[in-house]
Design a protein. Structure first.
Length: 267
């Protein structure tokens, strides 16, 4: 489903009028928000680690090679580029990419709910895990700080900056919701911002895990319960899995609510 949504997002990018003229805006907006949110997240999570301490006991498996991590990142980029190329041969009038993306997103949400149920975790376990809850709250609040800083630097409405910051790495969600409200250019920037966050996360998790586990778990945002979970488990052992699932679940649950709430404040 993630690959399908990426493919559809690529087609949506291809449908942007004069895409080449907007690439500068898309990349500059996404890079500014990525930088601001990353600095704010890592600072907040570092302070949380200073209180919580390092991991003890079980160690994870030997880290995956950088080539393996790079290949995973390349796969995502190839799917997006394939969608852009396919979009060159499709007619925007009859190919309802926005409708298909929304249905694919709803199906993905359904599958995530089923995945959580099959994991055996109850809602009480999720909501009462103190470390996972602390990580998710730290990520949310520090992301808002980064989003406000990015909006200030780009001279954008603060509510838009908060919407950008609330994606928490869930690119398939933020790209669709922000495109619907603010247009495909800013939607593409939000998409690239959260996609780049996920790619950075899988590269830095092995390095951060032993000394700064909250940073390693939290920086991936909502992806801590799915895409980055295997890397987290391999780097930190089985003990980090419940914390990652709890943090990722809360951020995933809050993401659509927060994005839509902040977008509703945009004039």
């Amino acid at each position: 489903m993630v690959y399908l949504i990426l493919f559809l997002m690529g087609i949506s990018l291809a449908f942007v009028d004069n895409l080449s003229d907007h690439l500068g805006t898309i990349f500059s907006v996404s890079l500014v928000f990525l930088g601001c949110i990353t600095l704010a997240n890592l600072a907040g999570l570092w302070l949380l680690d200073a209180r919580h301490g390092r991991l003890s006991g079980e160690r994870g498996l030997p880290p995956l090679s950088k080539w393996t991590l790079l290949l995973d990142s390349v796969k995502l980029c190839v799917v997006i580029l394939t969608g852009i190329l396919a979009g060159q041969f499709l007619d925007e009038e009859w190919f309802a990419v926005d409708t298909l993306s929304e249905w694919a997103l709803m199906l993905l949400l359904l599958l995530i709910g089923i995945q959580l149920r099959n994991s055996g975790m109850k809602l009480r376990q999720i909501l009462l895990n103190p470390w996972g809850l602390a990580i998710s709250l730290t990520v949310m609040t520090s992301s808002w700080v980064g989003g406000l800083a990015g909006a200030w630097l780009l001279n954008m409405p603060l509510s838009q900056g908060l919407a950008f910051a609330s994606g928490n790495g869930w690119y398939s969600l933020s790209g669709i919701l922000i495109s619907d409200r603010l247009g495909p250019v800013l939607g593409s920037a939000a998409f690239l911002n959260d996609l780049a966050r996920e790619l950075v996360a899988i590269l830095i998790i092995p390095t951060l895990m032993r000394r700064h586990p909250s940073c390693a778990i939290g920086y991936g945002g909502a992806t801590a319960m799915d895409f980055t979970l295997p890397v987290l488990q391999r780097s930190g052992g089985v003990s980090v899995v419940p914390v990652a699932i709890v943090s990722g679940f809360i951020l995933s649950l809050a993401g659509p609510v927060l994005i839509l709430s902040f977008l509703s404040l945009t004039a």
